[in-house]
Design a binder for this molecule. Structure first.
Ligand code: ADP
Ligand code: MG
Ligand code: ZN
Length: 596
């Protein structure tokens, strides 16, 4: 997690800040006060005072200035006197909710009662044969980044006091986002299993019923249940079923029932304290259609990407699912991992199961590699129908394309670093991606950097030309971006000496983004702008091609490695890119926009 820094403040400063209405929350400890400023007052938000002697008049002061008072439960009795004074303010609701511990969920069900299933995790050391074993992080593989983020949630559920003591706020809601079958549901269960807390799970589609109002009352019921069982996890799967943007959609002016349900969900989320110990986990594979209100601060304010695994991730997943299956000696899961690019976790689980079924059908005692190959054909056929995997030629094209971006990008100025190249297909349409990370915050783009970025954008297309002598449709987004950038350089940033610093387009508010609208102008000026845009794109394209022809061997080597590994990052990527060489004229072009 991002660690909060805690600064020292004197008692006098504290009182001053309270009076200035700057303090959001204070935790009164027997001998000191920890407090948090409102978000608007600076980056350093967490403070602690040195030992404070007489605190008698603090509660009244805090009440007068609307400060939330948190009482640490571990020394609640020491604070009993203060609490007596403060209860009337209602500021202690969160703490009170926390104190109401596990009462196993009844399952009375009826109209308006939620169908949430509660799985109380059994004591892991005492799991007997036949009783339900809990899912843990060990069962989820190949999604390390998502797991890392969720470990924090587990830690909070296990040891909430530690976080409250320091004044850290945990997200109320975590949204797992990713393509189908990547393990979102599995991960949510693993969080509950790891934390050993009750797991209330419900699919959002279950909320949406025939009768208006039923969904909303189910949501209310779910949260009531959750508060009684805190600390616990409430998991809402397929959140998009109720979370679609309001307003748009149905020709009859929207779906009242769904909207009511969504509104109730929003109300409930706002109505519980982040310290209540209820953590909401949502999952969706369509984050783009969710109502923005759901993603606001204090709701599902943290998104965790659960993506398709790379080669090493696939191997781990295969190993997880191979645990209970008898395998012959010739089975090489590593080789299967190489050949299953684009598979999600569920597809890999399916592959192992298909292979096992085939082995059984052939009356074998263990699965052999031939079963895997046969299973592979079946699974791939199914996936191809859903157009979720690429043909070998497509993968090769994507690999060269992305390496092209990376090599050109590595040689261009601008303080960005190529951090990662991937050809694991991403959620929406992207077949691969090259990630550049800035080394520092930048607010201006210099002329040479802008040219460098143009060349980098065109590096993908250029690599296809250099390697295959023909191009694919995969560069359309790059070409769009490059054209926009070149046009803005000429019409907004005044970077074409032929025209000088004249704005030919309306200013846009956001830096290097947004649409441009050209100012009304004579045909001659418009033609000149087009010529200059065309010229700078053409030159950037030529430079990108020259770079890749000069580094042809590196291009081939990197593309081959990428085809093997799916992902190139870290030292390996850096070592390779360090070998890239710039053609002689590059510096001149970057500086002048011409190569002579
Ligand atoms: P999602 O909710 O993202 O659609 P699920 O969690 O329902 O995916 O995954 C379905 C099944 O596929 C899981 O129960 C598990 O058997 C397998 N699976 C998916 N992802 C993984 C993973 N990362 N590691 C291990 N198994 C996985
Ligand atoms: Mg799911
Ligand atoms: Zn591209």
């Amino acid at each position: 997690m991002k660690t909060a820094t805690i600064a020292q403040a004197t008692y006098g400063t504290f009182v001053e800040q309270v009076k200035a209405q700057k303090v959001q929350r204070a935790t009164l400890r027997p001998h000191r006060i920890d407090y948090t400023l409102k978000p608007t007052f600076g980056f350093k938000r967490f403070y602690t005072t040195p030992p404070v002697g007489n605190t008698d008049d603090i509660p009244a002061l805090l009440r007068q200035h609307q400060v939330d008072v948190v009482t640490p439960p571990d020394n609640a009795s020491a604070m009993a006197g203060l609490m007596g004074l403060l209860l009337s303010t209602g500021a202690l609701m969160g703490t009170v909710a926390w104190a109401l511990k596990n009462s196993p969920g009844g399952s009375a069900m009826g109209v308006g009662k939620t169908k949430a299933r509660t799985y109380s995790s059994p004591n892991p050391t005492k799991t007997k044969r036949g009783s339900k074993t809990t899912v843990t992080f060990a069962d989820v593989a190949g999604v390390d980044e998502a797991k890392q983020e969720l470990k924090e949630v587990v830690d909070f559920l296990k040891d909430g006091a530690k976080y409250r003591k320091i004044g850290a706020k945990l997200p109320k809601g975590v949204l797992l986002v990713g393509p189908p079958g990547t393990g979102k549901t599995l991960l949510a269960k693993a969080v509950a299993g790891e934390a050993n807390v009750p797991f209330l799970s419900v699919a959002a589609s279950e909320f949406v019923e025939l009768y208006v109002g039923v969904g909303a009352s189910r949501v209310r019921d779910l949260f009531n249940k959750a508060k009684k069982q805190a600390p616990c996890i409430v998991f809402i799967d397929e959140l998009d079923a109720i979370g679609k943007s309001r307003g748009g959609g149905s020709p009859h002016g929207g779906n009242d029932e769904r909207e009511q349900t969504l509104n109730q969900l929003l109300t409930e989320m706002d109505g519980f304290d982040e310290n209540s110990g209820v953590i909401l986990v949502g999952a969706t594979n369509r984050p783009e259609i969710l109502d923005p209100a759901l993603k606001r601060a204090g709701r599902f304010d943290r998104q965790v990407l659960v993506d398709r695994p790379d080669r090493s991730g696939r191997l781990e997943i295969l190993q997880v699912h191979a645990r209970g299956v008898l395998m012959a000696e010739d089975v090489d899961l590593g080789a299967m991992a190489v050949q299953t690019s684009g598979f999600a976790g569920a597809d890999l689980a399916n592959l192992i199961n298909e292979a096992a079924l085939l082995a059984a059908r052939h009356d074998r005692e263990a699965v052999i590699m031939a079963d895997f190959y046969e299973a592979m054909e079946r699974v791939v056929a199914g996936l191809e129908k859903k157009s979720r995997i690429l043909s070998p030629m497509e993968r090769k094209t994507v690999a060269y394309h992305e390496v092209g971006h990376a090599i050109v990008g590595a040689l261009m100025p601008g303080g960005t670093k190529v951090a990662k190249i991937s050809i694991v297909p991403r959620g929406k349409g992207a077949l691969g991606y090259t990630m550049q990370t800035p080394q520092e915050d930048r607010y201006l783009m210099l002329e040479d950097e802008l040219r460098g970025q143009l060349a980098t954008l065109l590096g993908g297309r250029a690599a296809e030309e250099v390697a295959f002598g023909k191009v694919s449709s995969g560069a359309s987004d790059d070409i769009q971006k490059a054209t926009d950038l070149a046009e803005r350089a000429v019409t907004q940033y005044g970077m074409a000496p032929e025209l000088g610093p004249i704005a030919f387009a309306h200013n846009q508010s956001d830096f290097l983004g947004g649409d441009t609208t050209r100012r009304p102008m004579g045909g001659e000026a418009a033609a000149e702008i087009d010529r200059l845009v065309k010229q700078s794109i053409h030159q950037a394209h030529e430079v990108a091609k020259a770079v890749l022809m000069l580094n042809r061997e590196l291009l081939d080597a990197m593309a081959q490695t990428l085809l093997q590994e799916d992902v190139l990052a870290g030292e390996q990527l850096k070592d390779m890119l360090d070998q890239a060489q710039a053609p002689v004229n590059t510096q001149i072009w970057l500086a002048k926009g011409r190569v002579v």
